[in-house]
Design a protein around this ligand. Structure first.
Ligand code: NAD
Ligand code: ZN
Length: 344
């Protein structure tokens, strides 16, 4: 159940009352404990706080064990509740702690970054990184509730707002129509949070309806990989260079590349591609690489987990809102796409 509110305090009080848990815990990272916990006010006074270090670097087994330990020492039972207050790192790790503690306890997500609102906190995927591999260990487990309040974004830095907005652009492209045009008219660098709350609702609707049809990623859920085949390759290359970029920036750059490929292979309209291109360049800048990087980029795309055999698999669009799953592109077509990116 997703709850949209601008009164997080009252909403949480209601949810806690309805849950009737014997004990409830509040998982936060150090930053959300400082900046987001105050917005919960007295509604969270009965929750036992559990604070972990921030960022994806700590989405590890060691941190997970600390959370299990805090649950044990706080006397958690199978009827207890975990409330996750934070970005995707907290909702992923907290969700997995809840999925595994005593074979599963209930949890509620209160996402505090735009990325976690429209992506990480919804859809039931939980997990941690392991042995240097992203999200290597995890489980599908649905939350009892997700509570969305864009007021939390007041303290979030602009790059993290933009990073989340890239996933919203993806959802808007998948839906098409007015939703896509609205997203091009919005200014994510100076967001109107009231308007954004409504756009987040639309965005979650797109993700939820896709996940509902394909909860375990057997087919349609691949639509959510739009922009990610190329995006992940950019993200990995940046990491190798020791200049990591935020996930959403790589997705935004990946989206425009895959729209170019959609023009070439699936008849996506050229003017719509150029509009997207201009928007992304204005807000996200561009990712710098040369033809010397092509072999590495192709290799990274080939190793993307969605590929069976050697072919590089893409989700393409015939137009905004019109999907073509499981398309393949040859190396020459991908190099042409990379040429277009570096030349434009
Ligand atoms: N489960 C899924 O389906 C799914 C989908 C996408 C991403 N993810 C995961 O989500 C994570 C990325 O999420 P993220 O971008 O939210 O990262 P994050 O949770 O690391 O948050 C980014 C930073 O913002 C800080 N922060 C959080 N809320 C804040 C606020 N309101 N004001 C100020 N600072 C705040 C955090 O402390 C952190 O330093 C990755 O681990 C990724 O694997 C999961
Ligand atoms: Zn993503």
């Amino acid at each position: 159940m997703i709850h949209y509110t601008q009164h997080i305090h009252a909403e949480l009080q209601g949810l806690l009352g309805a849950a009737g848990a014997d004990r409830a815990f509040l998982l936060m990272d150090e930053t959300t404990a400082r900046l987001c916990r105050p917005l919960l006010g007295t509604a969270a006074d009965t929750l036992l706080p559990v604070v972990i270090p921030p960022t994806d670097a700590h989405k590890t087994l060691a941190t997970l064990a600390d959370v299990w330990r805090a649950l044990v020492s706080g006397g958690a039972s199978r009827r207890s509740l975990l409330v996750n207050l934070g970005g995707g790192m907290v909702t992923d790790l907290g969700g997995f702690a809840a999925a595994t503690f005593k074979r599963g306890i209930r949890y509620i997500n209160i996402p505090t970054t735009l990325l976690s609102m429209v992506d990480a906190a919804v859809g039931g995927k939980t997990g941690i990184n392991f042995e240097g591999l992203k999200n290597e260990i995890g489980a599908f487990r649905d939350s009892e509730a997700v509570v969305i309040d864009t007021s939390f974004l007041r303290t979030l830095d602009t790059p993290n707002v933009l990073s989340g907005y890239a996933e919203m652009l993806k959802h808007a492209l998948l839906r098409g129509g007015e939703m896509w045009l609205d997203h091009l008219r919005f200014d994510p660098s100076r967001p109107d949070l009231t308007r954004l709350q409504e756009m987040v609702r639309q965005s979650i609707d797109v993700k939820s309806s896709i996940v509902a049809e394909d909860p375990h990623e057997r087919g349609l859920r691949k639509a959510l990989n739009l922009g990610h085949t190329v995006g992940h390759a950019f993200e990995s290359l940046a990491l190798r260079r020791g200049q990591p970029v935020l996930h959403g920036y790589a997705v935004a750059w990946g989206l425009v590349c895959e729209l170019y490929l959609s023009c070439r292979l699936a008849g996506f309209p050229e003017d719509a591609m150029r509009q997207a291109w201009n928007f992304v360049r204005e807000h996200y800048g561009t990712f710098a690489f040369t033809c010397d990087d092509y072999p590495a980029l192709l290799e990274l795309m080939r190793h993307d987990k969605k590929n069976a055999g050697g072919a590089i698999n893409f989700t393409l669009l015939e137009a905004p809102g019109h999907l073509r799953l499981d398309s393949h592109a040859t190396d020459a077509q991908i190099e042409d796409m990379l040429d277009f990116y570096t030349n434009t």
